[in-house]
Design a protein around this ligand. Structure first.
Ligand code: UT7
Length: 317
């Protein structure tokens, strides 16, 4: 019996029109373009106005389906990653299904914060490998502006809104080669948000998250490489969760990964949580950066605390 693999066959993304620059933030809180740029690398972020998390998810999903040449009736599962859904129920994935009339799909959301896309890809890989599904829509959509306190300079400069999606299909050459998904619930208090408490916004110990991010990113990449007898030279691109340019640069330099192999767009979008990695993949795909056979490492970390990594071989679309 031949082995079935998950291959990414289409990508899409959506960023809301409104752009919030560092100069705009200078007028809202006691901060400066210089501080934000030096500490995070972020220059601007997109903010959703008058639209929903589902709207962004639907836009990104439509583009991913178009890019894969897939119609809604072919989709077996819709997995949505989000920590900022429009409703507790119906789920974001059910709202996407309804829009497209993808009635043969079953749908569920996962909450793994900024690791959400990697977790979703790992789950999709298992459904495909076991033959339970042939075509899966994975969409990550976040409206972090909903849970951001724009009077708190420690957090409001960091986050942005947006969505990214991929179509995953069963194929006979390796796409997803290896996955690592982990959680450290004991550290959950360092990054929290609850819509049920009086303070409904993100609360974060930035320094603790920073240290965690550098450590787990290095561990995850090292583990993926060693599990598969690869070195950093074998990797075409590192596509890390886009939270802070300094975290990404530290990880790349400690592992000896060239900066031109490390994809960064946090300067333009800020931290879009689970959406950041599929937004990167869509940009890279559109720019023609990804070649058949390229090995790519995706890494996520965030609330939970959670972290994850995927070793992916790009298969020509
Ligand atoms: O997706 C996962 C989500 N989170 C993350 O990835 C966050 C990871 N952490 C980080 O990216 C960094 O820790 C931050 C960018 C959040 C903060 O950078 P830092 O270098 O760790 O700064 P800090 O928190 O140590 O603050 C240094 C100073 C403080 O002032 P004092 O106490 O030294 O006088 C802060 O009050 O910078 C001050 N500060 C600011 N100043 C101007 C904090 N935020 C700002 C700001 N503008 N926006």
């Amino acid at each position: 019996m031949s082995i079935i693999y998950l291959q990414i066959k289409g990508t899409g993304s959506y960023l809301p029109q409104h752009v919030l620059t560092n100069q705009d933030l200078e007028k809202m809180v006691d901060t400066s373009d210089e501080w934000i740029t030096e500490r995070t690398g972020i220059k601007e972020r997109h903010i959703a106005k008058g639209i929903s998390t589902a709207y962004m998810a639907i836009k990104a999903s439509q583009k991913a389906m178009d890019s894969a040449g897939v119609t809604p009736d072919e989709i077996d599962i819709i997995i949505a990653a989000t920590i900022t859904p429009d409703y507790l129920t119906p789920s974001l994935s059910c709202l996407v299904q309804k829009e497209f009339g993808a009635d043969s799909a079953f749908c569920f959301d996962i909450n793994a914060a900024c690791s959400g896309f990697c977790y979703a890809l790992d789950i999709a890989d298992l459904y495909i490998k076991t033959g339970r599904a042939k075509t899966i829509l994975i969409v990550a959509s976040e409206m972090l502006s909903r849970i951001t306190d724009y009077t708190d300079r420690r957090t409001c400069v960091l986050f942005g809104d947006g969505a990214g999606a991929v179509i995953a299909r069963a194929g006979d050459t390796k796409g997803v080669m290896d996955s690592i998904c982990c959680a450290v619930g004991g550290l959950g208090d360092v990054l929290k948000a609850s819509v049920f408490e009086d303070y409904k916004f993100i609360q974060m110990n930035g320094k603790e998250v920073y240290k965690f991010a550098v450590r787990v990113n290095i561990e995850t990449i090292t583990q993926l490489l060693s599990n598969n007898n690869l070195s950093t030279d074998d990797i075409a691109y590192l596509v890390p969760h886009q939270a802070n340019k300094r975290i990404i640069a530290t990880v790349s330099s400690k592992l000896g990964i060239d900066s031109d192999k490390t994809y960064i767009n946090v300067d333009r979008y800020g931290n879009t949580s689970s959406a950041s990695i599929p937004i990167c993949l869509d940009e890279m795909n559109k720019k023609g950066l990804l070649k058949d056979g390229d090995k790519i490492i995706l890494t996520g970390f965030g609330g939970g605390l959670t972290y994850a990594g995927i070793l992916l071989q790009w298969v020509g679309m």
